[in-house]
Design a protein around this ligand. Structure first.
Ligand SMILES: [Zn+2]
Length: 82
């Protein structure tokens, strides 16, 4: 099994992890590591936020369920006429 090396590991796999393009094994390793490693969790959060803010990720996939919910939300907001 792959030995997890914090920063190196996180930096190498994080964007793939967030894109959902990693294989199950790697995801399992990564999530197991994240459970016991606060610095990596903090890094993951920062990274995620940065990506959301810049919106430059390009290939971020939104799950259909979330997309549907977002559409509902926007429709509700629009129909309020605020
Ligand atoms: Zn770590």
């Amino acid at each position: 099994m792959r030995k997890l090396m914090c920063k190196e590991f996180i930096m190498e796999f994080l964007s793939d992890y967030l894109d959902g393009t990693l294989t199950g094994d790697v995801v399992a390793d990564l999530e197991r590591h994240l459970r016991g490693c606060e610095p990596c969790v903090a890094y993951l959060k920062t990274y995620k936020k940065t990506r959301e803010l810049t919106g430059r990720a390009g290939r971020v996939e939104m799950p259909p369920e979330m997309r549907a919910r977002l559409r509902e939300f926007l429709r509700a907001q629009l129909s309020k006429g605020k």
